[in-house]
Design a binder for this molecule. Structure first.
Ligand SMILES: Cc1cc2nc3c(=O)[nH]c(=O)nc-3n(C[C@H](O)[C@H](O)[C@H](O)COP(=O)(O)OP(=O)(O)OC[C@H]3O[C@@H](n4cnc5c(N)ncnc54)[C@H](O)[C@@H]3O)c2cc1C
Ligand code: SF4
Ligand code: SF4
Length: 404
C-alpha cells in the first residue's frame, strides 16, 4: 500500500509544502510538517520541499488499497429498457485490449431489469465474467441506486480499471462512483493505453478548450476510472463461441432513496439519435435564423439522416442540446457529415469521428471547415440546401419509377 511520511530530521519547518497542498492536508506541529488524513497522495508537496523531507512510497506493480489487491479491467454496462447500449460493446473492445496488456481478466457490471438474456451477449463481445443484478428497482436509470450498487460491487471485485460510457447517464453517475470510492476519474477520454513501464492506465483527453491533449494517470488510487464517449472507440464483434461466467453478486439496495423517477419521456431528437445515424446534417450560425432550420431538417429527412447542431445555435435555442456535436456535446461517427453554415471551430470538430466523409457548405471560401472537409461547396446555404433537396427528391422519384 502506498504511503506518505515526513522525515522529521530533514524537515526545517519552512511551510512550503503546506502552501502547495491543494487539499489542506498539511499542518505544522512543533515546527515540523504533519500529514493529515485527508491527504490524497497527489504528490504536489514533494516538489515543493527543497529539503527532501517528504517521502511517498508507491507500490505500482501489485497495487493494494484497503487491504486487498486490485486486478482486472471492468466495464460498467449501460442499458435502457433492457437494451444494452452500443457504447458498452465499444468499451468492452478496449477493455479486452487493456486486459491483454496487463494479462488479466475483463469483467462487466450489468445492472437493470429483465437483462438476464443480454448478459450472454456481453460474454460474446469479450467479457470473461458478468456481475449482474436483475431487479425491478433498476427499471429506471436512478442516479442514486446505480452508483450505490456499482460501488458495492467494485469494493468486492476490486478491478484496477473501471470504464464507463460518457453518455448523459454515465456522465452523471461516474463522478458519484469515483467519489464514493475516493479515486480519480478522467472524463471524455479519446485514448486509453497501458504504460509498459509502470502498468498504469494512461488516459488521454482534450484539454484547454481542445487546444492540446493531456495524458492523465492515477498512480495512487484504485480503480483507475475513465469515461469514453459513444463512437470514440470501435465496438467488438460478437463471438458466440466465447465462454464466461455470469455471477449474481449480493448487493444491498439503499433504504431511504431520495430520488424517485416518476416518468421517462424521450425527446424527439433522442428518437433519431445523431450518435447512431449514418448521415448527420448539422446546422451552424450560417443558417441565419431558426426559421431556416427547416432547410436542414428537409435535407436530413430526404437522406434519412439526423439533424445535428453547433453549440452556437444550441445556445440560441434553434436546436436541442441533445443535437449538439462537439467537445461539450456528442461525438458522431456517421458515414456522411454535412456541415451547413458551420465555421469549423476546433471544439465542434472534436465531435466528428475521423472516419466520417465531411461535406461542408459555407459562403466563406477560407472557413476552417474546408481544411478538414472531403468535399466543399462555397455558397449560400439558403440557396444550396433547397437545390440539394430538390435534386435528391428528383433522384428518389426517378428511382421509384424505374423500380416500378
Ligand atoms: C470550452 C468550449 C467548448 C465548446 N464546445 C462546443 C461544442 O461542443 N460544439 C460546438 O459546435 N461548439 C463548441 N464551442 C463553440 C465553438 O468554439 C464555436 O464558437 C462554435 O462551434 C461556432 O459555431 P458556428 O460554426 O455555428 O458559428 P460561427 O463560428 O459563427 O460560424 C458561422 C459560419 O457560417 C458561415 N456562413 C454565414 N452565413 C452563411 C450562409 N448564408 N451560407 C453559408 N455559410 C454561411 C460563416 O462564413 C461562418 O463560417 C465550444 C467553445 C468552448 C470555448
Ligand atoms: S501528497 Fe498531496 S494531498 Fe498529500 S500532503 Fe502532499 S500535497 Fe497534500
Ligand atoms: S516543505 Fe519540507 S522542509 Fe518545509 S515544512 Fe514541508 S516538509 Fe518540512
Amino acid at each position: 500500500m502506498s504511503s506518505i511520511s515526513i522525515i522529521s530530521e530533514k524537515c526545517v519547518g519552512c511551510k512550503s509544502c503546506m502552501r502547495q497542498c491543494p487539499y489542506g492536508a498539511i499542518s505544522m506541529k512543533d515546527k515540523k510538517a504533519e500529514i493529515g488524513e485527508n491527504c490524497t497522495l497527489c504528490g504536489a508537496c514533494i516538489e515543493a520541499c527543497k529539503f527532501d523531507a517528504i517521502l511517498i512510497e508507491k507500490d505500482n506493480g501489485n497495487w493494494q488499497q484497503s487491504g486487498g489487491s486490485y486486478s482486472g479491467v471492468c466495464v460498467l454496462a449501460e442499458q435502457f429498457n433492457g437494451d444494452t447500449k452500443t457504447v458498452t460493446y465499444e468499451l468492452l473492445a478496449k477493455a479486452r485490449e487493456l486486459a491483454s496488456s496487463l494479462k488479466t481478466k475483463v469483467s462487466v457490471i450489468f445492472l437493470g431489469y429483465n437483462v438476464k438474456d443480454n448478459a450472454k451477449a456481453l460474454i460474446a463481445h469479450g467479457a470473461d465474467e458478468v456481475l449482474a443484478v436483475d431487479n425491478i428497482m433498476l427499471k429506471d436509470l436512478n442516479e442514486e441506486i446505480y452508483p450505490e450498487l456499482t460501488t458495492q460491487i467494485i469494493k468486492e471485485c476490486k478491478p484496477e480499471i473501471l470504464l464507463i460510457g460518457a453518455t448523459a447517464f454515465g456522465r452523471s453517475i461516474a463522478p458519484r462512483i469515483a467519489s464514493q470510492l475516493n479515486t480519480g476519474l478522467t472524463a471524455d477520454c479519446t485514448k486509453l493505453e497501458i504504460d509498459s513501464k509502470t502498468g498504469l492506465l494512461f488516459q488521454t483527453r482534450p484539454a484547454f478548450g481542445g487546444n492540446l491533449m493531456a495524458t492523465i494517470a492515477c498512480p495512487f488510487r484504485r480503480p483507475q476510472m475513465a469515461t469514453v464517449r459513444p463512437k470514440v472507440l470501435k465496438a467488438s464483434k460478437a463471438d458466440n463461441s466465447r465462454r464466461g461466467k455470469i455471477i449474481y453478486p449480493k448487493v444491498n439496495f439503499p433504504k431511504d432513496i431520495k430520488l424517485n423517477i416518476l416518468k421517462t419521456i424521450l425527446s424527439d431528437s433522442q428518437k433519431i439519435n445523431i450518435v447512431d445515424a449514418d448521415i448527420v446534417v448539422s446546422a451552424g450560425m450560417g443558417m441565419g435564423s431558426i426559421k431556416n432550420m427547416k432547410l436542414v431538417e428537409e435535407l436530413a429527412q430526404v437522406l434519412g439522416g439526423a439533424v445535428g447542431a453547433t453549440r452556437a445555435i444550441v445556445d440560441l435555442g434553434w436546436a436541442e442540446y441533445s443535437q449538439q456535436v462537439g467537445q461539450t456535446g456528442k461525438t458522431v461517427a456517421p458515414k456522411i457529415y454535412i456541415a451547413c453554415g458551420i465555421s469549423g471551430a476546433i471544439q465542434h470538430l472534436a465531435g466528428i469521428a475521423p472516419s466520417a466523409y465531411v461535406i461542408a457548405i459555407n459562403k466563406d471560401k477560407d472557413a476552417p471547415i474546408f481544411k478538414i472537409a472531403n468535399l466543399g461547396i462555397v455558397g449560400d446555404c439558403l440557396e444550396v440546401l433547397p437545390e440539394l433537396v430538390k435534386s435528391l427528391r428528383k433522384i428518389k422519384e426517378s428511382k421509384v419509377k424505374v423500380e416500378a
